[in-house]
Design a protein. Sequence first.
Length: 323
Amino acid sequence: MKAIFRDTYCSPEALKLGDIDKPTIGQDDVLIRVHAAGVDQGVWHLVTGLPYLLRLAGFGLRTPKTRIPGHDVAGHVEAVGKNVTRFHPGDEVLGTCDGSFAEYASAHHDKLVPKPSTITFEQAAAVPASACAALQGLRHRGQLQAGQKVLITGAGGGVGTFAVQLAKAYGAHVTGVCRTTKTELVRSIGADDVIDHTREDFTDRPGRYDLILDTAGNRPLSQLRRALNPTGTLVIVGGAQTGRWTEGADRQLRAAMLSPFVRQNLSGLMSTPRQEDLQTLRELIETGKLTPIIDRTYPLSQAPQALRHVRSGHARGKITLTV
């Protein structure tokens, strides 16, 4: 089968497209004929091996444990293990796996949910990592309540476009912060107020927010706290694009260390797609309350260009690969 692969941590340009063996599946696994794969910052980290803390976390110290990059997947079920009863050959699914940048991928059955019939495979592949991060940041870590004032930085990006829609679906008053080229998009997906960060600093506004979901990853903790209510909640998702050891994750650590000593609730989020969250997102998509926003789609052979575009920060919504 055709797949994107690497033997060492490398730049995206060093990724190769070639023929490798089709994956085998275990008794609890599903073999997926991949139609689309999601591209996000997490894939870039796993390809390059940066920050170094990621390697220490078990992804491979000197060489990556998984040769084929990619986690978010959408496609048809090709075969199932003997213990799998939820899915059958021909079913359309979305979820996560190891090695989605390939024609076929193997996934544990509890990492998948049925694909909503209302969206394309490309839209489905955009959902798992980014939408779960938005959902977990707002509902689980942020304890979002209807009527709250919520501010989302990076509102026009992969996580941000999901977060704006989710916050509105749960009854919040939403302010989105983004660059000029994304303001109309953020307004179109439901934001009540949109701030162009190239023209205005939201921390200078007199109003304060009950919950801030920071997906942009470059503002000092002190500035974010200044925009919070005295008992508000800050959830930091991801980190800035600097620092080979932590790449911005130190803000999350500082937030967690400071939180016990202040009235505000400060925390970071390292999200993991879970089946129950994927099911919640699936239901929201089917009822029309959530729509994956796709900036552009690349063919599998152009995975390096897709990763570079994600890394640039200019994507309006999500980037996906077609396989």
